[in-house]
Design a protein around this ligand. Structure first.
Ligand SMILES: NC(=O)c1ccc[n+]([C@@H]2O[C@H](COP(=O)([O-])OP(=O)(O)OC[C@H]3O[C@@H](n4cnc5c(N)ncnc54)[C@H](O)[C@@H]3O)[C@@H](O)[C@H]2O)c1
Length: 363
């Protein structure tokens, strides 16, 4: 089988490429990635050089190139997207990149897939399309939960889901979709919460914890999904899921941000053999604009139909993630990002500027 993975040089995409090549060694894999500030070929070290892996640096919006690259491909797994929520809250030049890559890019890619004769298109999406849940809501998100996105990122992903479903409906095209919760694990760039927190704590610096308008720190709740569990679930949906169906994926690890930080401090204290506490390791800052309260995913469908459930507890997954970031492989990978640090730093500066402006306006 020949599969194409878009966004395969990003965090989850590269974990998926490695997972797929390890578990399906006879397959040929084409990785398509524009290598934006978020994509790094070093995420695929040891894999992209293999004879059965081809790397194509290209933009998914480039329909003609996609047509050529997808010739002879049986399956497309679509991860490529602008993904950094804070960045989507920046200047309109940044916001429109989300609409371009995530909506136009998905529309262009699925059309090229059909035209090139690809037999199955799997679309990777997020639970953020559903908006958020009240803290005390007994319900969780599920596959038929109403869409109510609340950031430009979530809007663009919601629209991309609709693009895929409408295309499948119109052309009777074989698709599957997954919507998952927050991922963490190896190869996640240090701008994201968990790797950033690990880096700060290792450097003896404080992690930041948002305090909401009522003065409650770390109240927001997220569900944490280890990227390895996510990759296994996607592969299972592709192989055994029903065509045309959507499956929710989560880590069954709902934690308030306060509890998340407490857990990270406990594990890091043991790992570093020094006492990290809320008092000595946390700085409280004002919340970001429109921060969603709670995300949680009901896994009944994927459990019932495919027998899947996450294997990682957050404690185990986080410990292994710290071990990876501090391992020779993780350290070499972090060092390899240095050729792209100016892109990453420029992105981070834009994001920080947005947040500081907002905080200045609201204090
Ligand atoms: N990270 C999470 O917690 C999470 C949660 C739910 C869903 N998702 C979804 O999973 C997918 C992957 O997320 P991630 O965290 O790995 O993101 P990431 O930002 O690490 O990687 C995205 C990749 O897509 C590439 N890309 C962006 N625009 C492109 C374009 N126009 N053409 C070609 N390549 C392009 C980037 O270069 C990068 O390699 C996304 O679709 C995201 O919406 C992520």
């Amino acid at each position: 089988m020949r599969i194409a993975v878009t966004g395969g040089a990003g965090f989850i995409g590269s974990n998926f490429v490695r997972y797929w090549m390890d578990t399906n060694p006879a397959d040929e894999v084409v990785v398509i990635d524009a290598l934006t500030y978020a994509g790094h070929l070093s995420n695929l070290a040891g894999y992209h050089e293999r004879p059965n892996c081809q790397f194509v640096q290209a933009d998914i919006c480039d329909y003609q190139t996609m047509l050529k690259v997808l010739a002879g491909v049986n399956l497309v797994v679509h991860f490529a997207a602008e993904t950094h929520v804070d960045r989507s809250l920046g200047a309109f030049e940044l916001e429109r990149q989300f609409y371009r890559s995530n909506i136009e890019g998905t529309a262009s890619l699925i059309r090229a897939s059909r035209e090139a004769g690809v037999g199955h298109f799997h679309h990777v999406s997020t639970d953020e399309v559903f908006g958020d849940l009240a803290f005390d809501d007994p319900q969780k998100f599920h596959e038929t939960y109403p869409y109510n996105p609340s950031s430009p990122y979530a809007v663009s992903k919601a629209a991309s889901d609709h693009v895929v479903r409408a295309f499948a409906h119109t052309y009777n095209y074989p698709i599957t979709i997954t919507n998952c919760t927050n991922n963490y694990g190896p190869f996640q760039t240090p701008e994201k919460l968990i790797p950033r927190s690990i880096a700060l704590l290792l450097a003896n610096q404080k992690v930041k914890l948002y305090t909401d308008a009522d003065g409650i720190p770390g109240r927001n709740i997220r569900d944490w999904l280890h990227v390895q569990d996510h990759c296994e679930a996607i592969a299972l949906v592709i192989k055994k899921g029903r065509i045309g169906e959507t499956y929710g994926i989560g880590g069954e690890a709902e934690l308030s941000n306060f509890h998340l930080v407490e857990t990270m401090l406990d594990i890091m204290s043991e790992f570093l053999d020094r006492s990290l506490t809320i008092e000595n390791s946390v700085e409280f800052v004002a919340d970001r604009p429109g921060h969603d309260r709670r995300y949680a995913m009901d896994l009944s469908k994927i459990k019932r139909e495919l027998g899947w459930q996450p294997r990682y507890s957050f404690e185990q997954g986080f410990l292994e993630t710290v071990q990876w970031y501090t391992s020779p492989e993780g350290q070499a990978w972090l060092a390899s990002l240095s050729d792209r640090t100016s892109d990453v730093r420029a992105n981070q500066e834009q994001v920080v500027a947005v947040r500081e402006n907002w905080q200045a306006e609201h204090q």
